[in-house]
Design a protein. Structure first.
Length: 380
């Protein structure tokens, strides 16, 4: 007997390098391709290179080519697509795509899911009143919500007024085989970057205001000043690309540290680059559940992060006090980083702890099974 696959239409602002997008890749790659058919619809295009990370053959892509500003034409394009493809489930993510649930209701898509993955710089911690009103209006047209963090769960329940039974808390998961402690590949480093006994801090993410990498750059500069006897062995790797790049490069050049800071750009070998780091730092202004924290932890990297969003949920309680810092508090960040400068044995001790914590609590298989349960609730 032939079974009809459950067809899920995922609507994403842009399918390119990013934590949310990487989570979608992991989900599609791990869900049973005999049970599911996927369509990814973007508002602002997709990267052909990034799309290659999807390893299954049950995915098709469409772009609505949204113009800047208000562009109601995308709703009619989506309506035509929904009528043509007739998906079983419409799954939108974050504020940028939530309005499309109205089109899903209009076209009578049987089940409609919306995910809250994290905050945007224009809606820090969900405080934007306009977006709050939008979310309250749209909840009439949404069957279920996915909250990646406890903060998002509480926000949907308390601020937006979503019935608690309609919210499912599904934390991101990480591939603990792909991301695991391995020997650093020295061929990946740029020329003249490697030095004796070096201590490498690193971060991964798009270079956007909400990710706040200049905060880390400033802390690294101050760290080299505070420990002049260690200055020559300190290194910083920043993986990612975006609008903040030139600003940070100028600041690093001004501090005469260009030989010690590597701007690695967008990379497809993040797992290997994680093994080139000793300590991972996430300096964001806001976060949902950070894939990069999970990837770093699975790689055995102690993580220092700002105390925002879901970050505290991901860091082992035994080390939280020395690894969670307030946003833009340079003194706190320098202090957290300095413990690894002054205590050489601390990295090895904490590396085993964070790896075990990640394996026990944030397996990708657990995440996929929870999504599978959610989708199967709505399957034919």
């Amino acid at each position: 007997m032939d079974f009809k696959k459950t067809h899920i239409m995922h609507i994403i602002y842009r399918f390119d390098t990013g934590g949310l997008e990487n989570g979608v890749v992991n989900l599609i790659n791990r869900l049973d391709s005999q049970k599911y058919q996927h369509t990814i619809v973007t508002l602002k295009g997709y990267s052909e290179l990034f799309c290659q990370r999807i390893e299954t053959q049950n995915v098709q892509f469409f772009d609505l080519a949204k113009k800047d500003g208000n562009d109601i034409s995308i709703f009619f394009k989506l309506r035509k697509l929904l009528k043509q493809l007739k998906p079983d489930i419409l799954h939108t993510r974050n504020t940028a795509t939530i309005e499309n649930q109205l089109v899903g209701w209009w076209c009578r898509v049987p089940y409609r899911i919306h995910g809250e993955h994290g905050w945007d710089v224009n809606d820090m911690h969900g405080q934007n009143k306009k977006y709050q009103m939008l979310r309250r209006f749209m909840k009439t047209y949404i069957h279920k919500y996915v909250a990646l963090s406890t903060e998002a769960f509480d926000y949907l329940r308390d601020t937006i007024g979503v019935y608690v039974g309609d919210i499912k808390h599904i934390c991101n998961g990480v591939d603990i085989d792909k991301f695991s402690p391995k020997q650093a590949d020295f061929s990946l480093y740029p020329d003249n970057f490697v030095t004796d006994n070096m201590l490498v801090f690193g971060t991964v993410g798009r270079l956007a205001e909400v990710k706040n990498q200049p905060f880390l750059v400033e802390a690294f500069i101050r760290l080299t000043t505070q420990f002049p006897e260690h200055k020559d062995r300190l290194r910083l790797i920043i993986v990612g690309d975006g609008v903040l790049l030139e600003k940070m490069q100028a600041r690093v050049n001004e501090a005469k540290l260009s030989a010690q800071v590597w701007f690695a750009g967008n990379r497809s070998d993040v797992a290997q680059l994680m093994n080139c780091m000793d300590i991972f730092v996430l300096p964001s202004l806001a976060e949902g559940i950070s894939n990069t924290i999970l990837e770093a932890s699975a790689s055995g990297l102690p993580v220092i992060a700002t105390n925002v969003g879901g970050n505290p949920e991901l860091i082992a309680t035994q080390i939280q006090s020395g690894h969670l810092v307030e946003v833009n508090n340079v003194n706190e960040l320098v202090e957290a980083m300095s413990q690894y400068v002054t205590s050489p044995d601390l990295k090895q001790k904490n590396s085993l702890l964070v790896r075990n914590h990640c394996v026990e609590n944030f397996s990708i298989d657990t995440m996929v099974e929870k999504y599978n349960e959610l989708y199967q609730t709505f399957s034919n």
